[in-house]
Design a binder for this molecule. Structure first.
Ligand code: CU
Length: 285
């Protein structure tokens, strides 16, 4: 998909080039190539004489983990702001309350005009309730904020990649699966776990354990060998392990979350009598 897009871009550029040089008079305007041309532009809006652009590899904001890329263009000189400090605040406006969701800091990338971070949306919007993102940034010694409504939807394949639950410790948690391309093999598998401190703050939970038990409910609920439970890695704040998928099809990844004392906060063991945990992710490939 990405390759097709790049080829198409090159094609358009070369056609333009040919058209411009044909009569020999038109100056060739140097078009700065969009470093995010291979991504989908999900949002573009104007505020403060700037244009805010938000890109993703996905084609919509979906519940679960979303990696996002940001660019801010100065509408006056058409230049993208470089090396500015950016922060992001997602907010869901519900009928009776407002809340945010787990998110990262917004960091700089190799390209000085591109910033990135992630957001874990825990619920989709609907007719009466919606998400908004606010970008705060500083340029030329001035602070700006820009807010736009966005549409957050359930993934088109309807598979569960995020769980919001109350643990046996009465605390609220958000557990999100990291994006992956499943294959018939022992896959690297990661998740992120956040505690809901309040409606606005969702810090990363460290040093818990996420136990996995992948099963194929359509095939006698069989499992797979050589799985590895997910343990916390402070380098990337993720829980990493191994997910063994022995064939293609629908897999339910049953989960149990244990705290640092080894107490199960949520999820049940899969047995003859109990075919699935109340906490799970889904994969179909
Ligand atoms: Cu909500």
């Amino acid at each position: 998909m990405k390759i097709i897009k790049s080829v198409f871009t090159i094609l358009v550029f070369s056609l333009t080039f040919v058209a411009c040089t044909d009569d020999g008079n038109d100056p060739i305007i140097a078009v700065e190539e969009n470093p995010l041309a291979d991504y989908n532009k999900l949002t573009s809006f104007s505020a403060n004489d700037h244009t805010i652009e938000i890109y993703s590899e996905q084609n919509s904001y979906t519940i679960g983990y979303n990696e996002l890329f940001f660019r801010i263009k100065d509408n006056v000189d058409e230049q993208y702001l470089k090396d500015v400090q950016v922060s992001l605040m997602p907010m869901m406006h519900m009928v009776s309350m407002q809340h945010s969701c787990p998110k990262s800091e917004i960091s700089k990338t190799e390209d000085a005009s591109v910033y990135k971070g992630f957001v874990v949306f825990q619920m989709p919007g609907n007719a009466d309730e919606y998400w908004e993102v606010t970008l705060e940034y500083e340029t030329g010694g001035q602070n700006y904020a820009a807010t736009e409504r966005i549409s957050v939807v359930t993934p088109s394949d309807n598979k569960k990649r995020v769980n919001v639950f109350t643990g046996s410790d009465e605390k609220r948690y958000v557990l999100a699966m990291m994006p992956m391309s499943p294959e018939v093999k022992v896959n690297d598998f990661s998740a992120m776990l956040f505690k809901m401190e309040n409606m606005m703050s969702f810090p990363v939970v460290e040093d818990y354990k996420v136990m996995i038990d992948p099963r194929m409910p359509g095939m006698g609920n069989h499992g797979s060998p050589n799985n590895e439970d997910l343990t916390f890695d402070s380098n990337n704040s993720m829980y990493n392990g191994k997910l063994s998928l022995t064939m293609t099809g629908y897999w339910k990844i049953n989960l149990m979350v244990e705290n640092e004392m080894g107490e199960v906060l949520k999820g049940e063991e899969v047995t003859e009598e109990n075919e699935s945990s109340s906490l799970f992710f889904e994969i179909e490939f």
